[in-house]
Design a binder for this molecule. Structure first.
Ligand code: HEM
Length: 125
């Protein structure tokens, strides 16, 4: 990809929205994840979408609405232990399999999710 093409351009807004939507559908039926979220999942889905859009080089709307992401700080109220990490990754990897994309974008996203999910661990096991 040339150096001005972002992963956001490559994946495309519609596909990224679908990926995050499918992830939240998996969250909705996950016994470990579901109880951590409020009844209405739509606002959380929008926050993760806007964050990923920004992270992948698209519009910086997340920062305008939410300020600096400070992801570790924002996750402290939730128990992110190894079991939660496994469930989060399972919800995301099932969404990834449902939404095929080019190999480079897929590898990039998978390693980003793995690394971030490890970085966010905040409870002893
Ligand atoms: C490892 C297991 C994880 C758990 C248990 C977890 C749990 C949660 C919960 C319960 C929320 C609050 C929902 C909301 O109202 O927005 C949240 C927010 C969020 N999470 Fe995670 N998360 C995990 C991993 C990740 C990863 C890997 C990412 C990045 C790809 C991520 C990105 C975010 C973002 C951007 C928000 C919204 C922050 C905000 O603006 O308030 N999370 N997470």
């Amino acid at each position: 990809m040339n150096d001005r093409t972002t992963y956001f351009d490559r994946i495309g807004e519609e596909n990224l929205r679908k990926l995050i939507h499918d992830f939240y559908e998996n969250i909705a039926s996950d016994p470990v994840m579901r109880p951590m979220y409020p009844m209405n999942l739509a606002p959380a889905e929008e926050r993760l979408y806007l964050f990923m859009q920004q992270y992948l080089g698209g519009p910086q709307t997340y920062n305008e609405l939410r300020g600096h992401p400070r992801l570790r700080q924002r996750h402290f109220p939730f128990s992110v232990d190894l079991n939660a990490r496994t469930h989060w990754m399972d919800c995301m990897m099932r969404a990834m399999r449902k939404n095929p994309m080019d190999d480079e974008s897929k590898a990039f996203l998978e390693s980003y999710f793995e690394d971030t999910a490890t970085f966010l661990l905040n409870r002893p096991n």
